[in-house]
Design a protein around this ligand. Sequence first.
Ligand SMILES: [Fe+2]
Length: 295
Amino acid sequence: MDLAHGSLHVEGFFDPTSGTVSYLLLDRSTLQCALIDSVLDYDPQSGRTATTSADRLQARVQALGATVAWILETHVHADHLSAAPYLKERLGGRIGIGQRITTVQRIFGQLFNAGTGFALDGSQFDRLFTDGDVFDVGHLQVRAMHTPGHTPACMTYVVGDRSSTVAFVGDTLFMPDHGTARCDFPGGDARTLYRSINKVLALPAETTLYLCHDYPPGGRAVQFVSTVAEQRAMNIHVRDGVGEEQFVALRRARDATLALPALMLPSVQVNMCAGRLPEPESNGTRYLKIPLDAV
Ligand SMILES: [Fe+2]
């Protein structure tokens, strides 16, 4: 999917298995780019990984003749493994995530009994962003906005050129007919998400929003591009007029009905390490860890 915005150019890559959208953000004037929320394919039945999704991103970067400046995560995903280290090895770039990754590492480091060899300071990543940090992709300036609630470390990346402003909102908002992200993971909070969403919806009405997921209801086609105006008019959970208490009650009631994502335990233990897979054991095989009766 090709989505043009003057010198700012965005392409979205939908992974039907996890419902995740990865993005390529390009500055046409310098051919510098950022890759956002990449996917390493993982089949839980066989325990096999594959790089089909990541290779599609790599091929597109190379076809554009682009240089990767950043490999960004909007948050520690619980539904897919990140391909950030795989892409960094092949294309370069620095891996960035929100500074509150340290909170996620503390919570899940305990769950996975990660031990003293697991640093809780986010040092597995190349850059930790705090609210308001600005960084460059070529001549584009990207602003990191802390938007917690779904997880403590969630960031929204806002970028504009002369003609438009866009925001990569991670798991805050979904398409208006699907609402908002769940808040029941450890460290999540519905009230915090409501306030974060209001920060996003305070951006100019014409701001284009690139969503991290789509789970199309009722057989409609996959969509992952929206605007602030559209969300404020139509989002089934947070359109204008829905107050904080109403949202919190609705979100908590819905979260109580949701099963854990199928790939939560495999994903989080890898993604909290910046997507690095566990080291191979003495037989050359890597193993993931599944805590029993702990979540
Ligand atoms: Fe998520």
